[in-house]
Design a protein around this ligand. Structure first.
Ligand code: TLP
Length: 338
């Protein structure tokens, strides 16, 4: 199967599996797993933050940030197509007790003026804004990179109002690969960051959250409360370290393959590439409304290709560690027969 459903589908390679086998471990709830400690220290260094924590998933990382930054009854400003709003099961409302205020972005980027206008809390009737969340790269906007200058502009608004900024940087390393700008420069305009090790970077499990030492101290407690205090978890930190140290450059290949796929699809009259392809995500629409995405997805499946539906009339194709040029050619061939 050629699996283009997501970059979450990658499987650990032989080096990662060997590192898992050989990992030095200890009880991480006691802070005694040397491999986890090394991963957290390297992640903090790479992001330019004081401290970092290995968490089970991107969702857990984002939710821990919400729980720490906000008090129940506050409001969180975030983009209307963001993962936290669309795809985390309403967790910020359910767990942190906040309500969400969405703003439509352009390619995932909210206008800083609109963000500032949405900040509330002076009037006795209003909830206080407790947090602003950004997403980079932006999944639903087709892997769009939020420019550093944009993040800076939002951060300046947030600082002027004393509001923290959390970055859902599930694919922040894709932003680095696409622009050549180090992840630390993006992270510089945030208080806290979450990034996923288990997407394009190729680790089997896990994410990192990073921020001040005090934030990570609180995060450790929240992770435990949420049942995410794992024990000899160095077996997962070991492949994650390989993902972090060695795979950021590999993402450029995913981006080149996504561009190749987009170029091929642009030659077809039946399909339209919806997004500008900055990174590894393509959103594709059918030009003939009498065809359904279910029809297209099942045609692909019959040709041993997996893709996912991504909203009305749109499918998503995500290049990843398991994909090579030959798979792109096979996918284009199957699409041309649709
Ligand atoms: N995204 C998944 C699905 O949930 C949609 C995918 O296949 O793209 N932030 C962003 C921007 C994400 O894209 C995801 C996962 C997460 C957070 C959550 O990460 P996990 O799955 O580790 O909880």
């Amino acid at each position: 199967m050629i699996d283009l459903r997501s970059d979450t589908v990658t499987k650990p390679d032989e080096r990662m599996r060997r590192a898992m086998y050989e990992a030095e471990v200890g009880d991480d709830v006691y802070g005694e797993d040397p491999t986890v400690n090394r991963l957290e220290q390297r992640a903090a260094e790479i992001l330019g933050k004081e401290a970092a924590l290995f968490v089970t998933s991107g969702t857990q990382g984002n939710q821990i940030a919400g729980l720490i930054h906000c008090r129940p009854g506050q409001e969180v400003i975030l983009e209307s197509q963001s993962h936290i709003f669309l795809y985390e099961g309403g967790a910020m409302s359910a767990l942190a007790g906040v309500q969400l205020k969405t703003i439509d972005g352009i390619r995932g980027a909210m206008d800083p003026t609109l963000v500032e206008a949405a900040i509330r809390g002076k009037d006795i009737h209003e909830p206080e804004t407790g947090l602003i969340c950004l997403e980079n790269t932006h999944n639903k906007a087709g892997g769009a990179v939020l420019p550093v200058e944009h993040m800076k502009a939002i951060y300046e608004v947030a600082q002027a109002h004393n509001i923290p900024v959390h970055l859902d940087g599930a694919r922040l390393f894709n932003a680095q690969a696409a622009t050549g700008i180090p992840v630390a420069e993006f992270a510089n305009y945030t208080d806290t960051v979450q990034f996923c090790l288990s997407k394009g970077l190729g680790a089997p499990v896990g994410s990192i959250i990073a921020g001040s030492a005090d934030f990570i101290h609180q995060a450790r407690k929240w992770r435990k409360r949420l049942g995410g205090g794992l024990r000899q978890v160095g077996v997962l930190a070991a492949p994650a370290l390989i993902a972090l140290e060695e795979n950021p450059e590999r993402l450029q290949k995913d981006h080149q393959l996504a561009k190749l796929l987009a170029e091929g699809i642009r030659q077809l009259t039946t399909l339209r590439v919806v997004n500008e392809v900055d990174t590894n995500i393509l959103l594709v629409e059918l030009t003939d409304p009498s065809h359904t995405t279910e029809h297209l997805l099942s045609h692909l499946k019959d040709n041993s290709i997996l893709a996912g539906g991504f909203g009305a009339g749109v499918i998503r194709l995500v290049t990843n560690n398991g994909i090579d040029e030959v798979h792109i050619q096979q996918t284009l061939h199957a699409l041309s027969k649709f």
